[in-house]
Ligand binder design. Structure first.
Ligand code: GLU
Length: 421
């Protein structure tokens, strides 16, 4: 229990290790497995020289981390962000291990990142950076080894460049090396909004269990990228009132509900939600403490911490982002009766449809939209039910329950495979 700990400067890795250790204590995980899972299996740090448009050469730092491969090939996205650090990528890779285990898809966890603000680069510079990074990590990625995907500030176009670069180096097309590709080059229908759809499935399942009527339920969404915006559309379509959304520039609020697709039009035209006319301006901090039924943090890590958790008034938090809440915030929210659907469950829809895309790529066939939706729903609901009922039975919060389920699966795979040599 860490309530009362006033360390608000925890890194994502501190948070990830603390979450794992809390669950490991509960299941009396043996020390050697715990030691193994506390470290990434493999970390590759690369320098990425890029010819800029002005003729100069800039060198960016990049990382690809594979946390644990006991359950299958490594899987996880690549982010472009100025605050990426190696430790952050390790934490994100660790979360992918648990996420894949919670939804029971046959992967281990990985993540990649480049320390860069892509808003300051031209499209050509982003393409050259992506291609050189792919080349630098090509010795550890591959359809049987490690399969990247989109994450913060990367998109289907970036995935197409990764697929093309890897394929050119190997001499033939290898679409299954990466997921989240455009449909025209082997992507899957339903991948683009899969993270949000999975998140909304968990919200629907939880609402059913706790008797929350989604018709008219109020929602705030932090982050209006792929995950936040699609979640907002889907929740509005379900009859929820999305009263506030935000992005890096700030937030907007309208107590009567925002037109979420019109907000997305504003973002396309002007670059930010803050230019939407029909709303009041609020800060990101204010958005997080609004008195709403459902809060969806869909931006970055460490947004709700010991500093602001006591002011949070949402009844339910569904973590669209990875790591938005610290353990200290979890403890405060648990005492307040706020129910948190943890990231490793709530945002697992993305990697689940990535798995479908990879399966389709390997088999060279394509599923229909109905097949993708049905399988996603089945896997998300199975995972939700397992986590929710375990939490009820053992009187745990859903994060701890999800961690216990994931840790047990990963530990069992490690035990069955044994120690080599
Ligand atoms: N970046 C996403 C995540 O954090 C998706 C990963 C994937 O599809 O491999 O879950």
């Amino acid at each position: 229990m860490i309530a009362g700990n006033n360390n608000h400067n925890e890194t994502a890795l501190d948070v990830a290790l603390q979450q794992m250790n809390e669950a490991a204590d509960l299941i009396h995980l043996d020390q050697s497995t715990r030691n193994l899972l506390s470290k990434p299996k493999r970390v590759l740090s690369v320098a990425v020289p890029v010819q800029m448009d002005d003729g100069s050469v800039q060198v960016f730092d990049g990382y690809r981390v594979q946390h644990n491969l006991a359950r299958g090939p490594a899987k996880g996205g690549i982010r472009f962000h100025p605050e990426v650090t190696m430790d952050e990528v390790v934490a994100l890779a660790m979360w992918m291990t648990w996420k894949c285990a919670v939804v029971d898809i046959p992967y281990g966890g990985a993540k990649g990142g480049i320390v860069v603000d892509p808003k300051k680069l031209s499209i050509g510079e982003i393409e050259r950076m992506t291609r050189r990074f792919t080349s630098e990590i090509s010795m550890i990625i591959g359809p049987e080894k490690d399969i990247p995907a989109p994450d913060v500030n990367t998109n289907p176009q970036v995935m197409a460049w990764i697929m093309d670069t890897y394929s050119m180096e190997m001499g033939y097309s290898i679409p299954a090396v990466v997921t989240g590709k455009p449909i025209e080059v082997g992507g899957s229908v339903g991948r683009a909004d899969a993270t949000s759809r999975g998140c909304v499935f968990t919200i629907i399942d939880l609402a059913g269990r706790i008797g929350l009527d989604l018709e008219g339920a109020t929602v705030a969404v932090q982050g209006y990228g792929n995950v936040g915006s699609n979640a907002a559309f889907m929740l509005e379509d379900l009859g929820c009132k999305v009263v506030a959304v935000s992005d890096v520039e700030g937030g907007i609020y309208n107590e009567n509900g925002l037109n979420t697709r019109a907000v997305a039009d504003t973002v396309r035209e002007s670059g930010s939600v803050v230019n939407y006319p029909d709303a009041e301006h609020i800060s990101n901090d204010e958005l997080l403490v609004l008195p709403v039924d459902i809060l969806v943090p869909a931006a970055l890590e460490n947004q709700i911490t010991g500093r602001n958790a006591k002011n949070v008034r949402a009844k339910v938090i569904a973590e669209g982002a990875n790591g938005p809440l610290t353990p200290e915030a979890d403890a405060i929210l648990r005492d307040k009766g706020c129910i948190v659907i943890p990231d490793i469950l709530a945002n697992a829809g993305g990697v689940t449809v990535s798995y479908f895309e990879w399966v389709q790529g390997i088999q060279a066939l394509s599923w229909t939209a109905e097949q993708v939706q049905r399988e996603l729903k089945r896997r998300m609901t199975t995972a939700f039910e397992a986590v929710y009922s375990y939490a009820q039975e053992e009187k745990l919060d859903m994060r701890t329950a999800a961690y216990v389920i994931a840790l047990k699966r990963v530990a069992q795979a490690i035990k069955l495979r044994g120690v080599y040599p």
